[in-house]
Design a protein around this ligand. Structure first.
Ligand SMILES: C[S@@+](CC[C@H](N)C(=O)[O-])C[C@H]1O[C@@H](n2cnc3c(N)ncnc32)[C@H](O)[C@@H]1O
Length: 383
């Protein structure tokens, strides 16, 4: 394919896709390429963009909970352990599958829950572990983070037919392409992206798509819907239901739909991250920065229920971690470790905006009614 002069490889790639689509790309297709186009997308490039990377030439773009504090994974592991016991009791495999493992920090922290007890050895109760990651560059980083534990982990090239055990995903749903809707002059449009005068610009095309709740009022309103994240949950459910028993735990920033489609949230939640700064413009520096949108947890819960899973619980990250015993995990931690872990739970940092939702196959619903993470402050009824 001819490379057009003066254009970045990413721009040339997107222009070709726009032409093939008749002139403009729907935003979700644009976001998918900006993040995951092989060799070009933000997550598909070879350099490290998130977590603390002391050796990296440029600073990271953002920090996630497991890259901020190892207490995060050590605490999540307690919930995972409880669920694995419940899965084993119904004849299922003790297996942990992580989707979108990023640097590999969370998987390492979770594995240590079992591996450190018997150094160098897998104990009887040590679960199998596997990672499903879209980015080949991140797979390599995960292998290096896991070090000696990497030999105990499988990297999956495709979705397995059956999923048993526990599925975890931290900040994965927010990284899935979303559709952008714009209510302009009382008419709903789907936002597309096209090249105009050598730059990317919005092209809004009338649509029959609607957000799940019509925001009250007639003012202009931009928001997102999440068909890809919801289809992901449906695919997951299909595999979970083929096995003996499984539960999935997702941690991410977002809220229920009443808050998501609140009339005052008229600019939506789409955000870009680069160099620890946020900006709302996904059309500049395409492929150089992260693009995310908040999660509509009501949509995730409904997608799960429509696919015959049950919702085990939904609460804030702060409440979940405290319920799971974060304070006990930190009992012997140093002051700097405690200071970082504090950010996981305080309301103005990650404690309130981030939520945890757990979903399970119906044969586990009874056993998981006393899930430690949702023991106090379960907000499922607010979804
Ligand atoms: C914001 S990062 C979070 C990484 C890591 N979980 C953490 O907390 O540090 C998003 C991750 O999700 C991955 N990802 C996005 N969509 C995915 C999908 N459908 N399947 C597997 N991984 C996915 C990305 O490649 C990336 O590793």
């Amino acid at each position: 394919m001819e490379q057009r002069s003066g254009l970045s490889e990413m721009d040339a790639h997107l222009i070709r896709l726009c032409e093939a689509a008749g002139g403009a790309l729907a935003f979700d297709a644009f976001m998918r390429e900006a993040l995951y186009a092989p060799g070009l997308g933000y997550y598909a490039r070879g350099d490290a963009q998130f977590g603390h990377v002391p050796s990296a030439a440029k600073p990271s773009d953002f920090v996630t909970a497991p890259t901020l504090s190892s207490a995060f994974g050590a605490t999540v592991a307690r919930q995972v352990a409880q669920v694995l016991d419940a899965v084993e009791a119904v004849g299922g495999e003790r297996c942990i599958t992580e989707f979108g493992a990023g640097t590999g920090a969370l998987m390492l922290q979770i594995m240590k829950h079992w591996m450190l007890k018997i150094p160098g050895q897998r104990g009887e109760k040590t679960p199998e572990t596997q990672i499903m990651e879209l980015s080949a560059a991140l797979r390599a980083r995960q292998q290096s983070t896991l070090g000696e534990f990497a030999t105990y982990t499988r990297w999956l090239d495709a979705w397995p037919d059956v999923l048993e055990g526990v599925i975890v995903g931290n900040e994965v749903l927010d990284a899935m392409p979303c559709k952008l809707l714009a209510r302009l002059g009382d008419v709903w449009h789907e936002r597309h992206v096209a090249q105009t005068d050598g730059a990317w610009a919005w092209q809004d095309l009338p649509t029959s798509l609607r957000p799940p709740l019509e925001p009250v009022g007639q003012h202009d309103y931009i928001t997102e819907i999440h068909p890809e994240a919801e289809a992901f949950i449906a695919s997951l459910a299909e595999r979970m239901l083929r096995g003996q028993g499984a539960a999935a735990i997702f941690i991410d920033y977002g809220f229920g739909e009443r808050e998501y489609y609140h009339p005052q949230r008229h600019m939506g939640t789409l955000m870009c991250h680069q160099g620890h700064r946020s900006d709302p413009d996904p059309l500049s520096q395409v492929g150089e920065k992260d693009i995310t949108c908040h999660v509509n947890f009501t949509g995730i819960a409904l997608a799960a229920q429509n696919a015959d899973l049950d919702v085990v619980g939904y609460t804030s990250q702060g409440r979940f971690l405290l319920n799971c015993g974060l304070l006990e995990v930190l009992a012997d931690a140093s002051l700097p470790e405690r200071a970082n872990a504090q950010k996981l739970v305080t309301e103005h940092e990650m404690g309130e905006l981030f939520k945890v939702i757990a979903l399970c196959t119906p044969n586990l619903t009874h056993a998981l009614a006393d899930c430690i993470g949702f023991a106090v402050g379960d907000r499922t009824h607010t979804l």
